[in-house]
Design a protein around this ligand. Structure first.
Ligand code: ZN
Length: 383
């Protein structure tokens, strides 16, 4: 038994070394962060194009469809969108979307002009034709996804450098549509285990991001979560060439940025028995690593966390592993709530781009991508 374990561990490590293909990861990232995928969101068919790409990559592996209907599972949700024109002028000067300003995700659109006056040190307000205008200047411009629309009000955040004590003239021309029934799709695939096909190891990563603001500006989402998607696709290639003992399930969730909607829908409508999941690993924001990784749920699953640390110390992989408690900050959350042992892993350090137009493929370092993947493969091989 011991010898078998040793041989197994060695063969796993040998295949692990061959496994990570950063050139492939880069190639996936380039497509997922391109204008074609338009921020993998709710305008210009961004989410659907990312979905088509992921499914076509899955078809190149040995994975089979997880759902009765195939590789996807649809769910519906409302979303507020800014599909076409998005123009804002500040004292007559056209502002750069994403860099000078970001719309509040629940803002209304329309066309108008008003004078803004200071309400407090970081807020300006104005009023015209029964439209209330609110402009804030946060420390950093950060976009998200809105499900509702704030009845007729125009709301946006501006770059703090634009603030001045004098009143400002604001003009806007914004196309806005509340889509009450957007169809998002989770993607799921399984590579059946050679020895224990009924036991499952699950890897998850969300493939949706924030979409775009108008027809010129989109949020590429390289770190969040292009890297996680590419990581899962890379793992699928690995398990195709090194068939696993247990079954391995790959879930690419939609609706994460809209409030963990896809993973919630999945656990409530799961085609697999959640009790048969030996362990689940969620990857979100894994594109850096200069300062190591954080493991959410480390304090919930202490023995597993200690084992992860031991492997890392023995193999000298990531710089540091920071333990964190339970957190409802990504798709592992609903599984944890259902009693599924799970870790959410994200890398630390490097770039600070997050939910903004700077989260691009070109500057995503993938500093410790290979080590993170080696660590995960060694950890899961011992389950
Ligand atoms: Zn994310």
């Amino acid at each position: 038994m011991w010898l078998r374990h040793l041989i197994f561990a060695f063969s796993v490590f040998a295949s692990v070394i061959r496994a990570q293909d950063t050139a492939y990861v880069r190639q996936c990232l380039k497509f997922l962060c391109s204008p074609i995928c338009y921020g993998r969101g709710y305008v210009n068919k961004g989410l659907q194009r990312a979905e088509a790409f992921i499914v076509s990559e899955i078809r190149k592996t040995k994975a089979q469809a997880l759902f009765e209907a195939g590789f996807t599972q649809a769910f519906h949700h409302p979303v507020n969108t800014f599909p076409k024109t998005c123009e804002v002028k500040w004292n007559g000067k056209t502002l750069k979307p994403g860099l000078d300003y970001i719309l509040d995700p629940v803002s209304s659109g329309g066309k108008g002009k008003c004078t803004l006056t200071r309400k407090d040190s970081v807020t300006l307000t104005g009023y015209t034709n029964s439209v209330q205008v609110t402009v804030k200047a946060p420390k950093k411009l950060t976009y998200s996804v809105g499900h509702t629309v704030s009845g007729g009000n125009v709301m946006l955040d501006i770059n703090r450098s634009l603030l001045s004590p004098e009143p400002v003239t604001l003009e806007w021309k914004i196309t806005q549509t509340l889509n009450a029934d957007f169809v998002s799709k989770n993607i799921g695939a399984i590579i059946k285990g050679s020895e224990q096909p009924d036991s499952m190891l699950v890897f998850t990563a969300h493939y949706d991001h924030l979409g775009g603001m108008g027809n010129k500006t989109f949020f590429p989402g390289a770190n969040d979560n292009g890297a996680g998607i590419a990581g899962l696709l890379d793992l699928m290639r690995h398990y195709t060439s090194s068939p696993p003992r247990y079954s391995v399930v790959f879930l690419f969730f939609a609706g994460e940025e809209a409030g963990l909607l896809g993973s919630k829908f999945f656990v409530e409508n799961s085609p697999i028995d959640l009790k048969k999941i030996k362990f689940l690993i969620n990857l979100d924001l894994i594109g850096t690593g200069d300062d190591g990784i954080t493991v959410v749920n480390a304090t919930e699953f202490k023995a597993a966390f200690e084992r992860l640390k031991k492997i890392n110390e023995a193999e000298k992989l990531v710089k540091y592993i920071k333990p964190r408690g339970k957190a409802a900050n990504s798709d592992h959350y609903w599984f944890t709530e259902k009693g599924v042992p799970s870790f959410f892993i994200y890398t630390m350090g490097g770039i600070s781009a997050y939910h903004d137009v700077m989260d691009v493929e070109k500057t995503l370092p993938l500093t410790d991508y290979v080590d993170v993947m080696k660590l995960l493969l060694l950890f899961t091989a011992q389950l």
